[in-house]
Design a binder for this molecule. Sequence first.
Ligand code: GAR
Length: 276
Amino acid sequence: MKKKIRVGALISGGGTNLQAIIDASRTGAIDADMVFVGADNPAAKGLERARRHGISEFVVDYAAVIRASRQDGGKVRPPGDFQLEDVRAKQAIFPPSADRKTVDAYLTSRAVAEALLLKAMPPGSFDLLVLAGFMRNLTPYFIDRVNTDRARPRIMNIHPALLPAFPGTDGYGDTFRYGCKVAGCTVHFVDYGEDSGPIIGQRAFAVHEDDTLEAVRQRGLEQEWQLYPECIQLFAQGRLKTERMRYERPGGRAYERTIVKIRSESGSSRSEAGSS
Ligand code: GAR
């Protein structure tokens, strides 16, 4: 029997991507078992999907944690192993010009919530964590505790736009309102920025003249339900490799970025194998 990876999921809403992943694991389309589902709010409808499939679930109520930290005048006690300077230096959610107090209050309150996540889902209890409509940024405090081997990231996210265009909370809306003729979705590894990590897979589709935003969103979701399980299967097969690339830009300026190379099933990367 094929070895299966243990996948955990974090959600905020309806969980249709979660459902697609559960279905793909149940039918054997992917070599994965869903081992838990966590939500950032108790009203997340996707929790019901976990319940229906007998998958263990938990909630870390982010809104309550953030409220408590505000009421406390920002003096909420962070986890014992939280190092603010280290997390602040690594984070790429806020620009360097951002107000220090605001950044520190944000990172500290999120770390309080993230410590609760880590307690509910110890990093040894899963091989891959998928964010499936999880509408929260994760800070370096959490990411470093999951990605203990920097060469092997193991947090994936799905985003409703063709990154790096339109990061943020309303990818299809931003794409539609901009007047794009092509929309799409992206699966990527999570890094310290917002929707900025190495890209694993993308799907694109045409936006028609008479499309509504709802129609674009619906067609996008249908693409997501195929793309996410495909990317998880590449991970399960050990075919995703990250590589630090360095390029010279015209004018001599260097550009560095970590990218994902997809190995063929026989072991070489796709670009080496000459396909795309
Ligand atoms: C999906 O479209 C997903 O790409 C998006 O939220 C939706 C969740 O739907 N995620 C983000 O915007 C993350 N920034 P679902 O709960 O039905 O899977």
